[in-house]
Write a protein of this length. Sequence first.
Length: 212
Amino acid sequence: MRCRLFFLPLALAIGSCSSPPKPPTVDESRRRPANAAVALDLQSCQGQLQNTRIAASEGSRAAETAKVLAKRLASQQQALATQSLRTEDRSNTVYSILFAFGDTRVAVPQGDAARLVEEARASAWIVLRGRTDGSAESPAESRVARERSEAVRAYLVQAGVDPTRIRATWQPVGDNAADNTTDGGRRLNRRVEIELYRAAPRFASLMPTPDL
């Protein structure tokens, strides 16, 4: 009896220790796996947003580069245009002032007059050549050609051109600019040619060879 009483509590203690504790429970309804569809969509959207930002940044840089190139091209075009104008300014120019039949009055449109006077002031040498549409030389044709040339000379001098740089000549017949048998041609032949030289000519005399 004593032995049986002695092992009973020990058996109860061993039996109670043999049962392991229960693990804590987890609420599966609140669990979000990393590879859930929502998480994958979110990651995809984030990637697309980042790509869009990169593309926008590259597009902005490209736009800035295009602006710089456009400004550079515009500057180069302006420089070429200026150089072209300077080259044109260095060349000689011939203007023609037309006259009505028998008339010697100078009539030049305002815009053309300003350009003519400006270039004439900058010219080192100016030659005027008075012309008519006459078919035969006569005192009347010579007078008209001379008066036209003198009228243009007076017009230029009054506009501020140095008279010492102007040489006036005239030729009543011949040296036509157009067909003198037509009305349109004769209208173009009644003129004074204004030759503007950027550099003064160098005059040289050629002596005849003496007879041996």
